[in-house]
Design a protein around this ligand. Structure first.
Ligand code: ARG
Length: 457
């Protein structure tokens, strides 16, 4: 019999019960539900809304339920409507009438709004922690590759020389902003909604501030309709996670390219790659491909939440039960992806020679060749044109700017001397790019220090 049987003359259709029930996916919030109920019962007892002795009986009962679920002694009833109903019914089964008093001055609407916030606050802490670990893995790797020259690209065409450390640190900065977004989300989510009741508060003299203290929230929600109605905090978190996944997916895409034979800049550890069932030569970057694929799924979760909320009249509507599968999936997926990505990245071998060779071939130092002429007094546009002609000549002769004979240079401008070779050497090109944020080792070292300082704050 459902809790609300009094109003009804028939039992619920079994199919409707299954359709309506959320215990399959909300059972994971049992710890938070129990913690919230303990705080509520404590407050009810302290405010004299229920007897102190009954409050204590309730609290002991709830603690027993928690232990039994944790130890696998108590199993969730798949026919229960949701985790909240299940725990309340179990409590009443165990402690009798006192259990029936727990829901005084509370509704499932404010209860679920509380539980999901508490659950997600814990998840944000965990996502933040592993994102910090990922940033550390990246900075560790960057420290090893301050002088590993590689081509930097635009339009996936070789553009200017950078170092692998410089490239890695771009991702570290993106992830640092992701942490900032998680922190912002955390701050706004950290408001305690219990006491909103179903939608209109309560006539009981409850002490919301006390519950807030007991549960360690920053403050209480300021409007009871808002407290039970909005899921913007889920949307905000899904959005922060989507952006994080976008960064991870982009990084994955690059690793996929880098381990192809066309690039061969990196080699994945055998433990983080897979073979083919038919082609014996294959070593596939499945982890990174799956991260790219799962990013689409997280975007789907964000879209589910946005679409689910956009035309709901205030206050609670059952549509909102759909929030959980979407946000839980986003949270589970991002954790899974980061936790797999970290060891894959840390065990990846970097093939420095191939990076360097690729940087040497693509006329990546053409800007520096033009800058050489500029430093000798030529206007940049003229220098740019001459260098373009030189590149065309190199292609014609099948050589690079480094191996083009000096007489070819001199044909185009008297300003060229033997020192041009030093000016356009890959090492010079990278080492001289010392501007803040640039690829020179000392600039990248400063970037690493900055990021490490920020994550230690
Ligand atoms: N399982 C429900 C949910 O997740 C709990 C709230 C139910 N409230 C109600 N008025 N039916 O949204």
């Amino acid at each position: 019999m459902p809790m609300w049987a009094g109003r009804f003359s028939k039992d619920i259709d079994e199919r409707v019960n299954d359709f309506n029930s959320s215990i399959k996916f909300d059972a994971r919030m049992y710890r938070h539900d129990i913690k919230g109920s303990i705080a509520h019962a404590t407050m009810l007892g302290e405010c004299g809304i229920i007897d102190k002795s009954e409050s204590e009986i309730i609290i002991d009962g709830l603690k027993g339920i928690l232990t039994d679920i944790d130890n696998g002694v108590l199993e969730f009833d798949p026919n229960a409507e949701d985790i909240h109903m299940f725990i309340e019914a179990e409590l009443t089964k165990r402690v009798g009438d006192a259990g029936k008093r727990l829901h005084t001055a509370r509704s499932r609407n404010d209860q679920v709004a509380l539980d999901i916030r508490m659950y997600l606050l814990d998840e944000i802490k965990e996502i933040r922690e592993i994102t910090v670990k990922l940033i550390r893995a990246i900075t560790d790797m960057a420290k090893e590759h301050l002088e590993t020259v590689m081509p930097g690209y635009t339009h996936l065409q070789r553009a200017q020389p950078i170092t692998f450390a410089h490239h890695l640190m771009a991702y570290a900065n993106m992830l640092l902003r992701d942490i900032g977004r998680l922190d912002d989300t955390y701050k706004r989510m950290n408001q305690m909604p219990l006491g909103s009741g179903a939608l209109a508060g309560t006539t009981y003299k409850i002490d919301r501030q006390r519950v807030c203290e007991l549960l360690d929230f920053d403050g209480i929600t300021q409007n009871s309709l808002d407290g039970v109605s909005d899921r913007d905090f889920c949307i905000e978190l899904a959005s922060a996670i989507s952006i994080l996944m976008m960064h991870l997916s982009r990084f994955s895409e690059e690793i996929i390219l880098w381990c192809s034979w066309e690039f061969k800049f990196v080699e994945l550890d055998d433990a983080y790659a897979t073979g083919s069932s038919i082609m014996p030569q294959k070593k596939n970057p499945d982890v990174t491909e799956l991260i790219r694929g799962k990013t689409a799924r997280v975007y789907g979760d964000l879209n589910t939440l946005l679409s689910m909320m956009k035309n709901l009249s205030l206050a609670y509507d059952k549509d909102m039960q759909e929030d959980k599968e979407a946000i839980f999936d986003a949270v589970d997926t991002v954790k899974l992806c980061i936790n797999t990505f970290i060891p894959m990245l840390s065990t990846m071998t970097v093939i420095k020679e191939n990076m360097r060779n690729a940087a040497a071939k693509g006329f990546i130092n053409a800007t520096d060749c033009a800058d050489y002429l500029v430093k000798k007094g030529m206007p940049f546009r003229d220098a740019y044109k001459i260098t373009g002609t030189l590149v065309a000549r190199c292609i014609e002769l099948g050589v690079t700017l480094e191996t083009l004979p000096i007489n070819e240079y001199k044909k185009l401008s008297d300003s060229f001397d033997e020192d041009v070779y030093k000016a356009i050497s890959l090492d010079t090109c990278v080492m001289q790019r010392k501007s803040a944020g640039g690829p020179a080792p000392e600039s990248v070292k400063a970037q690493i220090e900055y990021v490490l300082r920020e994550i230690d704050k």
